[in-house]
Design a protein around this ligand. Structure first.
Ligand SMILES: Cc1ncc(COP(=O)(O)O)c(C=O)c1O
Length: 465
């Protein structure tokens, strides 16, 4: 028998032979161990994890009390299947109801964020008896067929898969840095919401079942909509009997400095989908709605289940995760440390022209990297330089990732969701000191990219030719 690979490169070479490597699998190192904010690769190199295991490990890696709760449940009862009601499931549903505003009360569980949106789609259709769905042009809701169909994006994300489910209409999101209507906030009077209403009324029956939105669009470019936009969308839904679905797969459970991101906007959605930060390190998702919607939908035959809907193991992990967030005051921590990190990023924006925009809430922050603030030309190559610098200095950023050995850099940029956005989403246990440590590294990366940025005159000449 051959010995196991030892280095990062040896493991990646072995992977090449046996694993279907997709374009977003870009990390050039192979993690072996995690603890708190840090991950170590198979060669023993340490990295600050500013991606929190794809935004899931809100407590950081292997929080001791979380691990203890998972082990305890694993020793007791791990999986039962659909037929059984188990205590951790019931207690988790009760806990979520306590965290949500009225009338959001009843939950159902499954595994991934994609699944949660799939369930919300079915729930909304059965409850309303309607079939059309509205979503946002850069919304991301998952990879299953329904959730993929209500996700925006074109290009590589659509290419080769044929049409999605019928009856989906896309409206523009609020993007005040790059307004699709070329307006300026707040003088615009939220023209994008008016246009959205126009599109909805002219391209649907006027009676869709649901409207899906992310209160903070992560894959869409770390966009935080204006409060008025969200309230307008709430009004549009209420007036037409459309169920407003907040996809909090990524933003829920403290990440934005509130338990749920929709709370920043003073509205209450009809359905909330949750995942990632709910289970922490295990695949758990929830769909929460009012008793009225849940009960009526059940009467009308709503049914959704899978072999792993609300496994005791997953729900016990979710419960422990939430209890630790509560007991350690991590929602408040995300707000305070997030504000500190954001202030540091604003300082960098003042100093470096390539930092076009700093945005986000709590510890869900983004940097838009441009060649210069005037032209706002997306500078994807700059993001690679920053990410590479940070990687070399022990900081893993969420963003486009890095080209691996033999990869074409341009392909890596083109395949990413938003190639010129850097996403900063560390565990919500982050301390001020750790934030400063990361900021120092990020500044080094930005400096390096700034030196490589095409000069504005060269950009305008290029654009003109
Ligand atoms: C807002 C949002 N919804 C849904 C999903 C899909 O979740 P999952 O990857 O767990 O299927 C994601 C994943 O990033 C997401 O960001």
């Amino acid at each position: 028998m051959h010995p196991l690979p030892r280095t990062n490169d040896e493991w990646l070479d072995l992977e090449q032979q046996y694993y279907m490597r997709h374009p977003l699998r870009t990390a050039p190192m192979v993690p072996e161990r995690g603890e708190g904010l840090y991950m170590w690769d198979v060669e023993g190199n340490r990295y600050i994890d500013f991606q929190s295991g794809q935004l899931c490990v809100v407590l950081g890696h292997s929080h001791p009390r979380y691990v203890e709760a998972v082990c305890e449940q694993a020793r007791t009862l791990m999986q039962t299947g659909t037929a059984f009601s188990v205590p951790s499931q019931i207690l988790l549903a009760k806990k979520i109801a306590e965290l949500m505003p009225d009338p959001l009360q009843k939950s159902i569980f499954a595994c991934t964020g994609s699944e949660s949106n799939e369930i919300a789609l079915r729930l909304a259709k059965v409850y309303t008896g309607r079939f059309e769905v509205v979503s946002l042009t850069h919304g991301y809701h998952g990879q299953t067929y329904g959730s993929y169909s209500i996700s925006g994006y074109g290009g590589a994300f659509r290419d080769g898969y044929g049409p999605g489910v019928p009856g989906v209409t896309f409206i523009p999101e609020a993007n005040c840095y790059r307004c699709p209507l070329d307006h300026h906030y707040p003088e615009c009077g939220i023209a994008c919401a008016k246009y959205a209403e126009y599109v909805l009324d002219t391209t649907t029956s006027g009676k869709p079942a649901a409207l899906f939105f992310e209160p903070l669009m992560s894959a869409g470019g770390m966009l935080v909509p204006a409060v008025e936009w969200v309230r307008e969308i709430r009004r549009i839904c209420t007036e037409r009997g459309i169920l407003m679905v907040a996809d909090e797969a990524l933003t829920g459970f403290g990440r934005t400095g509130k338990w749920f991101a929709f709370e920043h906007f003073g509205i209450v959605p009809d359905i909330v989908t949750q995942s990632k930060g709910l289970g922490g390190a295990v695949p758990l998702c929830a769909v929460t709605t009012s008793a009225e919607i849940a009960d009526r939908a059940m009467e009308r035959g709503f049914m959704t289940f899978s072999s792993h809907s609300g496994d005791p193991l997953l729900c016990a992990a979710g419960l422990a995760n939430i209890e630790i967030i509560e007991q350690e005051g991590l929602v408040e921590n995300a707000r305070v440390v997030g504000d500190h990190l954001k202030a540091g990023l604003w300082r960098l924006q003042e100093q470096y022209d390539i930092v076009g925009d700093v945005r986000g809430l709590g510890l869900c922050l983004g940097l838009e990297i441009v060649t210069d603030p005037k032209s706002k030309t997306p500078f994807g190559a700059g993001v690679i330089t920053i990410s590479k610098y940070c990687f070399d200095h022990g900081l893993w950023l969420a963003g486009v990732g890095l080209p691996r050995k033999g990869d074409n850099q341009q392909d890596t940029v083109l395949r990413s969701f938003q190639p010129n956005i850097i996403r900063l989403m560390p565990p919500i246990t982050l301390t001020i000191q750790q934030a400063d440590e990361a900021l120092e590294i990020i500044e080094g990366g930005i400096k390096a990219a700034q030196d490589e940025a095409p000069r504005p005159s060269a950009v305008s000449i290029q654009a003109a030719s």
